[in-house]
Design a protein around this ligand. Structure first.
Ligand code: GDP
Ligand code: ZN
Length: 333
């Protein structure tokens, strides 16, 4: 839970010092941040010092950060990042193990999925929901396109996630079901939106706030699957709801940063009542005999998809500090 970085300089106004103004970062490009000062948006370059104490973090500034800038500077600089209320991070990429902070200072996250077209991805949802739990960001699963659901899949998915402690709203932009409930949940808040392309995020937001004019079906199949898709979060006002949204396009694989295997177990809270009955008190539910979690999966009491996500995340997680591998030492010859 690092990356709560504050700027290195306690900025203030002294004689001969620049006049600082506070604003909210709404977009971060390669070298420049777009800072909303309330009455205008200013482009500002992060001061070099902000890059000095990064300690394994890729980006010193992220969307949603409150920053202090010198609006009359030439060029304008970001001098300080104010302490964050929260943030969401992942591993930057498969070639870059550093922490990438995707956004900061949100009230909640909506994880969008569709029942069909595209088919619901438990793995994708489980990764982001685990990250939200880890970073203490309240998450809601928005299950869209229920107009296409003829087999009761939506109810099944809802049951699984409710058991995991996640709020679920079933929606259809097509029929309007649930859309009002989603809008009301956004009112007065900053909400991060996450989900695969094609699940209906743009359609939903346009229905809620037509002035956003988000392009529906814009991301082509080719682009969405391309290897060089970049991640550019951005913050948008939704005036009708007195709200903000953080859009997070282009995130294909969300790998948890700096979560160890012990912490991971707590990110699947529905396992807990079963885990108490595992033979080993520190059972990891991956290979141990008499594992009550595995038994519950086999008995259909826990979701097999959620368990598969857990095993995958477990493989990716770091061992806890002072971890002693659970293997017999080699005997001396
Ligand atoms: P995004 O990539 O998540 O922003 O998804 P879009 O909003 O671009 O929607 C992708 C496609 O799904 C578009 O053709 C939409 O018209 C369609 N769509 C969105 N919501 C629904 C829904 O509730 N039901 C049905 N049947 N189609 C939907
Ligand atoms: Zn177990």
């Amino acid at each position: 839970r690092s990356a709560g970085l504050a700027g290195p300089t306690p900025a203030g106004t002294r004689a001969g010092m620049p006049e600082y103004e506070q604003g909210r970062v709404i977009r971060v490009d390669a070298k420049v941040c777009h800072v909303d000062l309330g009455d205008r948006v200013v482009l500002a370059a992060p001061r070099g010092a902000l890059f000095e104490k990064l300690e394994g973090v890729k980006n010193p500034i992220t969307v949603g950060d409150m920053v202090r800038i010198d609006p009359d500077g030439d060029p304008v600089h970001v001098h300080e990042v104010l302490p964050r209320r929260n943030h969401l991070s992942r591993v930057a990429s498969s070639h870059d193990p550093r922490e990438q902070v995707l956004f900061a200072n949100v009230d909640q996250l909506f994880c969008f999925g569709s029942v069909k077209k595209p088919k619901f991805s438990s793995n994708r949802a489980d990764r982001i929901l685990a990250a939200c739990l880890y970073h203490e960001i309240p998450a809601t699963l928005i299950l869209n396109k229920i107009d296409l659901d003829k087999k009761g899949l939506a109810d099944e998915i809802e049951e699984t996630y409710r058991a995991a402690g996640v709020k679920v709203i079933q929606t259809s932009v097509e029929t309007g079901a649930g859309v009002e409930e989603v809008a009301e949940l956004m009112r007065g808040k900053t909400t991060a939106l996450y989900g695969a392309s094609g699940v209906g995020k743009s359609s939903m937001l346009n229905k809620i706030e037509p002035s956003l004019e988000l392009k529906v079906g814009h991301i082509s199949r080719h682009w969405a699957q391309g290897r060089h898709t970049t991640t550019h979060s951005s913050l948008h006002p939704v005036p009708a709801l007195d709200a903000w949204i953080v859009d997070t396009p282009g995130i294909r694989v969300f790998r948890l940063h700096d979560v160890n295997t012990r912490e991971l177990r707590d990110l699947f809270p529905e396992f807990a009542p079963y885990a108490e009955r595992c033979h080993f008190p520190d059972c990891t539910h991956t290979h141990e005999p008499d594992c009550a979690v595995l038994d519950a999966v086999e008995a259909g009491e826990l979701s097999v998809n959620r368990f598969a996500s857990y095993l995958e995340l477990h493989d990716e997680a770091d061992p806890p500090p002072n971890y002693i591998p659970d293997v017999e030492p080699d005997e001396d010859p």
